[in-house]
Design a binder for this molecule. Sequence first.
Ligand SMILES: O=C(O)[C@H](O)[C@@H](O)[C@H](O)[C@H](O)COP(=O)(O)O
Length: 245
Amino acid sequence: MAVDNLPDDWHVFDNAEQLAHRVTLEILAEAKKAIEERGAFHFITAGGTTPNRCYEMLSKAKADWSKWHIYMGDERVLHFNDSERNSQALLKHWLNNNDIPAKNIHFINTEAGAEKSAKQYACLFDSVAEFDLCLLGMGEDGHTASLFPGHNESEYIQTICCEEVCENAFVSAPIIIENNSPKAPSQRVSLNYVAFSKSRLLIKLVTGANKQEAVSKWLHDNKPLPISLINGKKTKVYLDQAAIG
Ligand SMILES: O=C(O)[C@H](O)[C@@H](O)[C@H](O)[C@H](O)COP(=O)(O)O
């Protein structure tokens, strides 16, 4: 695909390593700016394997970690120590070797059950006015976080609100439980479209030749994929050359 025909907010890197390097520098710069301007950095991390290299680079970086707050875009419903948990990938590649205070690390506690953890996360989510940065990966079918094509408003999805907030106002649920995920495990807890839109900057990360078909649909199909429906106040798409083809 010709790189010059891509939308303005799409950026193509020679390879995944260069992309990870650039994203890591951008995360650190956004954190510095947020801390200078607002005293804290609220960061929604992505699941899957694509961001792991960024997390490794962050584990070797220097920053004012005491002001960082870490959130998750989605979590798989598994035991806490299961290596397939997104939180385990974060711990292994970054947080086990970092000084971010434990109280600032907000995992989705799916080991307590999908519903309980989703309710807790909805309230936590509502307590933060705005998130400074959000990373997202994309699956081969165009899903992102645990938002799968054709599942929105289907029988597979439960929408979860923070009770205190929902009782008092008409608000869209920020969290969903996916009960029939095409990607294992079948049950997952995820931020919803409305929740991701609370991000000041949202960066979508897409690497590898196995993503080419979805990238092509994203650009040319009339039927929007979850990855194309999600936006922050500002949105960027970072791809490596392999994903473009
Ligand atoms: O828990 C998950 O599986 C995700 O959050 C999911 O949306 C992931 O980001 C994409 O499937 C990309 O996964 P890869 O980065 O491994 O390709």
